[in-house]
Write a protein that binds this ligand. Structure first.
Ligand code: ADP
Ligand code: ASP
Ligand code: MG
Length: 476
């Protein structure tokens, strides 16, 4: 325990453990040690867990293959899941009674998972609603494993399915919480356990509609679940435990010398996560901003490291750039035409057409000549977006007001993030200079609407080189 933690003694701490932290019996035992050690300091701990790493992907694959009529692949996947979870249970739980209940519980869940996949195979169809139901299983297994292990160690602990607590809309795969109703459920079903000394172990990632239909909050959203629940219990601290020491200056897999950033503001983190830093789900800080609760990103495997503190205020650093992020697999869509000059509404109608086909635009840039504008969409949606725009603009295309609607698929967005970047003269010039010095061509430059970022679009083959060049701008 660090000196800072000894000084500050929060009453309520919300801890979220990610997929690698829940990855096997050794790591789950480590998670339990962290919970118990902090509880022994007098804190009340609310725990939110992800599925064991890789499990959510396997569940998706089971549903996908079943939807093609394949009734075998899901059986193989469910068997693998049974072996992994039951083996983990064997290691984590000594007491026979606790083990028996746990394994029966997991088996019942696995049987219903198989039955659901079989129905999908018969119907040869998977809806977003069905997909959410299938993909919700991973967290239900992992929460039970951790709770049983804590009970085996002699603590009061209870696995709770967030579908009983987080009330959401029915936007399956990306559901949004209704905070007032969730607050009521938290008061009723969660706070009593925190007050009576039980460790509640809540599933991340999932919720349910008012009618009780299971939803998921989006891939990687266990962070967000922890923030939603943390806000509802008025948590003093929210700690997101992962497999690196904190939020780093860039993805350590691209730049091995990336360093942990000690302090970031909510705004900076929002931008960083939105523009691709996978370490935190983009919506994580939203629920806690109003409460002003500090968030820390910490390492399960290096628990004395204080990680990255995320708070209201930003710290302006020398050089202004604090982090570099990347989003791959995107396309640059361009709408061009000399006849567009001064014609009102073309951009508006284009974006309406994109919205109509259900695609969100990640970044927009307009050239000052008004003869073209371009924007970024996910690569998988390129042809849907082009078709939608061409349909909307068919008269302009016939008349020649719009010459061309086209897309480049081999691009990435690289973003430099840091408070005060736009207030510091010459940052954009330094950012562009760093790339041109290495002969990297910038296809688009866009300053975010916030104060915190500048984004550049470059060719995918130059992506890693561009990240390294921009990372060199970060002051030591
Ligand atoms: P968890 O399962 O704990 O939620 P994730 O895999 O979602 O973990 O996020 C942690 C991973 O994010 C790290 O292992 C790292 O590879 C990756 N990552 C990408 N960008 C960053 C960054 N800027 N700082 C830290 N980690 C990053
Ligand atoms: N298990 C979910 C996923 O893989 C949620 C999470 O890990 O945060 O997306
Ligand atoms: Mg994550």
């Amino acid at each position: 325990m660090s000196a800072e933690e000894n000084r500050i003694t929060p009453r309520m701490v919300t801890m979220k453990f990610g997929g690698t932290s829940m990855g096997n019996h050794d790591t789950i035992a480590q998670v339990a040690r962290i919970i118990v050690e902090h509880a022994a300091q007098g804190h009340r701990i609310l725990t939110v867990v992800s599925a064991m790493n890789g499990v959510t992907d396997l569940l998706k694959q089971a549903a996908r293959t079943a939807s093609t009529g394949d009734d075998n692949e899901h059986i193989r996947i469910v068997n693998d899941l049974r072996v992994r979870h039951v083996e983990t249970a064997e290691h984590l739980v000594v007491d026979d009674k606790i083990k028996k209940v746990l394994v029966e519980d997991i088996d019942t869940l696995l049987d219903s998972l198989n039955a659901m996949c079989h129905s999908i195979a018969v119907l040869r169809e998977i809806t977003p609603r069905g997909m959410d139901l299938i993909m919700s299983f991973g967290e239900r297994f992992s929460a039970r494993l951790l709770a049983a292990h804590l009970r085996d160690l002699g603590h009061a602990a209870l696995a709770i399915d967030a579908s009983e607590i987080i009330v959401t809309d029915d936007n399956f795969q990306d559901a949004a919480p209704f905070m007032d109703e969730t607050q009521q459920r938290v008061n009723e079903f969660l706070l009593p356990y925190l007050h009576n000394g039980t460790f509640p172990i809540v599933t991340g990632y999932i919720g349910a509609t008012r009618d009780g239909i299971i939803t998921t909050l989006g891939r990687g959203a266990s962070d967000y679940s922890a923030a939603i629940l943390g806000a509802c219990i008025n948590t003093d601290d929210l700690w997101i435990y992962t497999d690196v020491d904190g939020i780093m200056t860039t993805d350590p897999r691209i730049v091995p010398t990336a360093r942990v950033i000690p302090v970031l503001s909510y705004g900076e983190v929002g931008e960083l996560a939105y523009f691709g830093a996978k370490v935190l789900h983009p919506k994580t800080v939203q629920p806690v901003i109003d409460k002003g609760a500090p968030v820390r990103v910490r390492n399960t495997f290096n628990p004395t490291h204080l990680g990255t503190l995320i708070q209201q205020q930003s710290e302006i650093t020398q050089g202004a750039v604090k982090a570099v992020t990347i989003i791959r697999d995107v396309s640059l869509v361009s709408v061009e035409g000399r006849g567009m000059v001064g014609v009102p509404g073309i951009a508006g109608r284009t974006f309406m057409a994109v919205a109509r086909v259900g695609v969100s635009v990640l970044l927009i840039s307009q050239s000052s000549s008004e003869q073209s504008f371009c924007f970024i969409v996910p690569q998988s949606k390129t042809s849907t977006v082009l078709d939608g725009i061409k349909k909307e603009m068919r008269h302009e295309l016939e008349r020649g007001d719009v010459d061309r609607v086209w897309a480049r698929e081999d691009v990435v967005i690289i973003t430099t993030v840091g408070a005060g970047m736009r207030g510091t003269p010459g940052v954009a010039a330094r950012v562009c200079g760093a790339l041109s010095n290495r002969g990297i061509n910038i296809l688009v430059i866009a300053q975010g609407s916030s104060e915190y970022s500048i984004s550049l679009v470059v060719r995918a083959e130059e992506a890693n080189e561009a990240v390294r060049a921009l990372h060199d701008l970060i002051a030591l």
